[in-house]
Ligand binder design. Structure first.
Ligand code: GLU
Length: 314
């Protein structure tokens, strides 16, 4: 079925349920351990959700379970930076090239400009965090939280434990930030910027919330249930382009080749993808592979895309 055709909810439900049941048996992978609090995740948790651009919701598994967004927040954070500062300013600080490197790579700055390669990796997201409007760290964090809440259409809480656990152990992200400060890519205070970055990584969502945020991107920036235009179509298309080329880190190429959808993963075990004009899909299972992607959810989205022929090039 090509992109011009629409899918009945019965078909979407049937196919997603089949995939959910088959992936439930997949025991590969383990929760992330470099953030100590994430290592405590329940390995059995698994959920998949889909939200259409009409606001229809389909969900399977542990749909009430909340998890921290981690890097699935990066596209949304980037979209707020675009809204706040405009594309020219944002891209004077952060590039648009995939790295072929891991999410936390130290080789994250371009050779001449010293900008982070793109906003979907840690360095780029830390740089975009510093562009969010606000005098204090609280003001900046609240601006991000408000933006995410508008996309999700509901209030989102902070997981204090995960936030503090990451803040206490984030030596690698600190190292990257010092380098960016040295090159003047990061103009704001390092610890303050990191504090806001860690907090927004620790915002709690369910798969339905994440699929709703994805559906807002699928719907050219209009939140499907509230009807509010949260982002402009231009902001959405820039965000989706970067998700497509950089969202899955060092497997972005393979993902583009096999799945063909803009997507983003996070080390908590969340992954979401966008089928422009149609729906957002998201999943959560804390067992991740060596590249930081949830095994069950990546396999589920890959399979779903194959069966329904969802690639944007199909
Ligand atoms: N908060 C995590 C970090 O900065 C996000 C990484 C990820 O989800 O890929 O290390």
């Amino acid at each position: 079925m090509g992109m011009g055709q629409s899918f009945s909810s019965t078909l979407l439900r049937q196919e997603l349920e089949k995939i959910f049941v088959s992936q439930q048996k997949n025991q590969q992978g383990h929760p992330a351990t470099y953030i100590p609090e994430l290592a405590k995740a329940n390995r059995d948790h698994f959920s998949l959700a889909l939200v259409t651009t009409q606001g229809e919701v389909l969900a399977f598994g542990d749909k009430e379970v909340r998890f921290t967004m981690q890097s699935t927040s990066k596209p949304f954070l980037y979209s707020l930076a675009l809204k706040t500062k405009g594309p020219e300013f944002v891209h004077s600080k952060v590039g648009v090239e995939p790295t072929g490197e891991a999410f936390n790579s130290i080789i994250e700055l371009e050779e001449k400009s010293h900008r982070p390669f793109n906003p979907m990796i840690n360095s780029g997201a830390i740089a975009t965090t510093s562009l969010i409007a606000g005098v204090t760290t609280d003001e900046k964090f609240l601006a991000i939280q408000k933006h995410f809440q508008e996309l999700a259409g509901k209030p989102l809480d902070l997981d204090e434990k995960v936030y503090l656990s990451e803040k206490a152990t984030a030596h690698r992200n600190r190292a990257i930030s010092y380098l960016m400060k040295y090159f003047n890519v990061l103009e704001e205070d390092i610890e303050e910027t990191l504090d806001v970055y860690f907090r927004q990584c620790s915002l709690l969502v369910t798969t339905v919330d994440l699929a709703m945020m994805a559906a807002t991107l699928a719907n050219k920036g209009r939140q499907p249930q509230a009807g509010k235009q949260v982002l402009s179509p231009e902001e959405v298309s820039r965000t989706l382009s970067l998700m497509f080329t950089c969202g899955m880190y060092d497997s972005a190429g393979e993902w583009a080749f096999n799945v063909g959808l803009p997507a983003k993963s996070g080390v908590s075990g969340a992954v979401f993808a966008v089928v422009p004009g149609k729906f957002g899909i998201a999943g959560f299972s804390p067992n991740i592979d060596e590249k930081g992607h949830s095994y069950r959810v990546s396999e589920a989205i890959k399979e779903f895309s194959k069966i329904l022929n969802l690639s944007i090039f199909s």
